[in-house]
Design a protein around this ligand. Structure first.
Ligand SMILES: Nc1ncnc2c1ncn2[C@@H]1O[C@H](COP(=O)(O)OP(=O)(O)O)[C@@H](O)[C@H]1O
Ligand SMILES: [Mg+2]
Length: 273
């Protein structure tokens, strides 16, 4: 899959009197891990849905390779083959009786032949390490398994960019490990991965770039620089990741750190000294 550049410029989205996005601009760096951070109700889901073409902004534009997304039938149809959104709750997305049928729904809808559909489904299940679930009824699966099936369904559309709304929320530690492995497999399959989360520790550990939603606008940059900024995280109603909080309290400068394990080692060495 080729990388496409997804971006948004000056997005305004309001629900009634409530202005959720107030001029939000974002560039999704192709091939990198981007974490969209914000407190509950800050507009993460709304921004992802707008990027995916499911919410039409009152102003501003969604861009693919610099071209403006047209919110008409043809524009949205081609957009869905570039960008796929995976909802936070898999039960909002899964509806077929079994895994194979659910994952094949999108490709079948594209009008692809049976062999191509089967090949796409097999590939998507393999990337998510859920080949063994193919014949299983959806209702027998665990929450984490249903989340991975929902991702497989999006992947079978062969998008360049996958937007995953809170993929780690509600998972136990083993479920999180399996989800992280799935996200890495998506990247290995040349898909740009964007996740939303309010988990600052996870974002620091996982992301190459972070985007932080503050009052309907997006601030983006390097994870260590952004998440050590006490004022920024406070205005986003978040907190600093534990390791950056410890670094600040011990006077260890995290600037320029790219390796979080190295930072933890520096913090531990400083604490022991
Ligand atoms: N379809 C909608 N209709 C009305 N209000 C909405 C709708 N979607 C979201 N909102 C409101 O917009 C705000 C942002 O919601 P959301 O994007 O879901 O935030 P987050 O995902 O960061 O928790 C919230 O106040 C929410 O109640
Ligand atoms: Mg949300």
């Amino acid at each position: 899959m080729s990388h496409r550049q997804l971006a948004a410029s000056g997005l305004e989205v309001a629900f009634g009197q409530r202005r959720v996005l107030r001029g939000a601009s974002l560039e999704v760096p192709s091939g990198q891990r981007l974490a969209l951070l914000g407190a509950n109700g800050s507009g993460k889901t709304t921004l992802l849905r707008t990027l995916a073409g499911s919410v039409r902004p009152g102003a501003g534009e969604v861009l693919v390779d610099g071209g403006t997304l047209a919110f008409d039938r043809a524009g949205l149809k081609s957009h869905r083959q570039v960008v796929q959104l995976v909802a936070q709750n898999p039960d909002d997305q899964l509806f077929a009786a079994d895994v194979f049928r659910d994952v094949s729904f999108g490709p079948l809808n594209l009008g692809l032949g049976e062999a191509e559909v089967r090949q796409r489904v097999d590939h998507a299940l393999a990337v998510l390490s859920i080949e063994d679930l193919a014949e299983r009824p959806i209702h027998e699966l665990s929450y984490g398994q249903r989340k991975r099936v929902a991702i497989a369904g999006a992947l079978a559309m062969e998008p360049c960019v996958m937007l995953l709304d809170e993929p780690t929320a509600g998972l136990d530690p083993q479920g999180v490990d399996e989800m992280v492995a799935a996200l890495e497999s998506l990247r290995a399959a040349h898909t740009t991965v964007v996740i939303s989360t309010h988990d600052v520790d996870f974002a620091l550990w996982w992301a190459d770039r972070v985007a932080v939603l503050v009052d309907g606008v997006v601030h983006h940059g390097d994870p260590v620089a952004m998440l050590s900024d006490a004022d920024l995280v406070a205005s986003a109603r978040l907190r600093r990741p534990l390791v950056l909080e410890a670094a600040a309290q011990l006077g260890v400068d995290p600037t320029g750190v790219t390796d979080i394990a190295g930072l933890v080692a520096a913090v531990l060495a400083d604490a022991a000294a």
